[in-house]
Design a protein around this ligand. Structure first.
Ligand SMILES: CC(=O)SCCNC(=O)CCNC(=O)[C@H](O)C(C)(C)COP(=O)(O)OP(=O)(O)OC[C@H]1O[C@@H](n2cnc3c(N)ncnc32)[C@H](O)[C@@H]1OP(=O)(O)O
Ligand SMILES: O=CC(=O)O
Ligand SMILES: [Mg+2]
Length: 361
């Protein structure tokens, strides 16, 4: 954990840098859509995606060929300078802190487009020291460039040491906006034996007990159901707790099987139910899945509003459809109602659906 005093924590780290935020804004970020700014075809699609996705992220790290690193950085500057992003946030993923590109990433991007960048995603974060390094450097660059609002930091949880240090990473700077799970790098770093980019694995399962014959002997060769388990449950739950403790936001990460939109939706929904606020989208077709999954359903909002209406001042207990509701379940319902209100501000279609709900007595 940081050894700074609480008041120093909220002082700028360079003379002339903007004051750190005390609260991280809860801006909707259901899909963080990755694009390669050095890929002209992909980059050309970016202006048309504004308003259809909550976050557009110019990726400079993995998935960008070494020969294209400079073109990606320069492409991002060009796109950011020539585009009005309206309601859509602009993020970038810089190269890893031990790479030959990251210093130029930061010293180029902040002066050129620091006033347009909402969040910088930092990959392969190992501990608080990585965040401290970026924190100070950003403050120096912001001061030099006269940037008026602090650029926030998002860390990818994708090393074993990062997972072990997740608490101190979340609390390392008032710039910390959130964390994403990086299942591909994390699997490699932990020496897990899956070669998939996120999602489940058919070998990670629990098998139904064998039936017994008339003499009570187990029929181990009999047909038995298997239930595939979630390889990522532990890490996502740990990440959600660390983020909630520090008032920042957890996200699922990449789902690499672009064709399997069904399993992608399942993985996203598991993360949503566990507390994540959004996910990555690698391909345009994953945006609609993320927007659907990370927006509460009309049924959930109808129920939540009914509980809120029935609970009055929030004390006591009531019965609704045979189920007990009290202060705790009211708070659960308020999580959904408040999220729906935020989403309705930026998504007219959702607003229409939520507005049409009639609250049952
Ligand atoms: C483990 C990690 O670090 S994950 C994060 C790093 N990885 C990434 O960022 C990957 C981003 N996505 C991509 O590179 C691509 O989507 C790929 C390689 C997965 C698939 O690309 P393609 O084979 O070209 O996909 P496909 O043919 O279905 O593309 C259809 C159209 O969508 C466009 N498109 C594909 N992905 C994107 C994207 N992320 N953003 C914008 N447009 C895109 C294509 O250019 C193509 O355009 P066209 O119809 O004008 O030809
Ligand atoms: O960067 C993402 C990952 O899964 O690795
Ligand atoms: Mg990674």
């Amino acid at each position: 954990m940081s050894h700074k005093s609480p008041k120093d924590f909220f002082r700028p780290l360079a003379v002339g840098a903007p004051a750190p935020l005390r609260e991280i804004p809860a801006r909707p970020s259901r899909a963080i859509h990755f694009f390669d700014p050095s890929n002209e075809k992909m980059a050309a699609k970016v202006p048309g995606m504004i308003g259809t996705v909550d976050v557009l992220l110019g990726n400079l790290e993995d998935a960008i060929k070494a020969d294209n690193k400079v073109a990606a950085r320069e492409g991002l500057v060009k796109i950011a300078q020539s585009t009005d992003f309206g309601p859509t946030q602009l993020w970038t993923r810089i190269n890893a802190l031990d790479s030959p590109w990251v210093l130029d990433d930061l010293t180029t991007l902040v002066p050129a487009i620091g006033d347009k960048l909402d969040v910088i995603m930092v990959p392969k974060v190992q501990g608080a020291e990585d965040i401290h390094y970026v924190d100070r450097l950003l403050a120096q660059l912001e001061a030099k460039a006269g940037i008026q609002r602090p650029i926030l930091i998002h860390a990818i949880l994708e090393t074993a040491r990062g997972v072990a240090n997740v608490e101190e990473i979340c609390g390392a700077s008032p710039r910390m906006q959130g964390l994403s799970l990086g299942p591909a790098d994390l699997a490699a770093d932990r020496k897990m034996k899956t070669t998939r980019v996120g999602g489940g694995h058919p070998g990670y399962l629990v098998r139904q007990d064998p039936p017994k014959d008339a003499d009570g002997n187990s029929q181990i060769d009999a047909q038995r159901s298997v239930f595939q388990q979630d390889l990522w449950h532990y890490t996502i739950a740990k990440m959600v707790d660390a983020c909630a403790t520090h008032g920042i936001y957890p996200y699922y990460g990449p789902f690499g099987d672009i064709a399997d939109v069904v399993a992608c939706e399942d993985q996203f929904r598991n993360a949503f139910l566990l507390g994540c606020v959004g996910t990555w989208s690698l391909h345009p077709k994953q945006i609609a899945i993320a927007n659907r999954v990370f927006s509460p359903s009309v049924e959930d909002i109808a129920h939540a509003r009914r509980v809120v209406a029935a609970m009055g001042d929030g004390t006591g207990a009531v019965m609704i459809d045979g189920k007990m509701e009290d202060d705790a379940s009211l708070k659960q319902c308020l999580v959904l109602v408040e999220l729906a209100e935020k989403l309705a501000e930026i998504d007219p279609e959702l607003k229409k659906q939520y507005d049409a709900i009639e609250v049952q007595a």
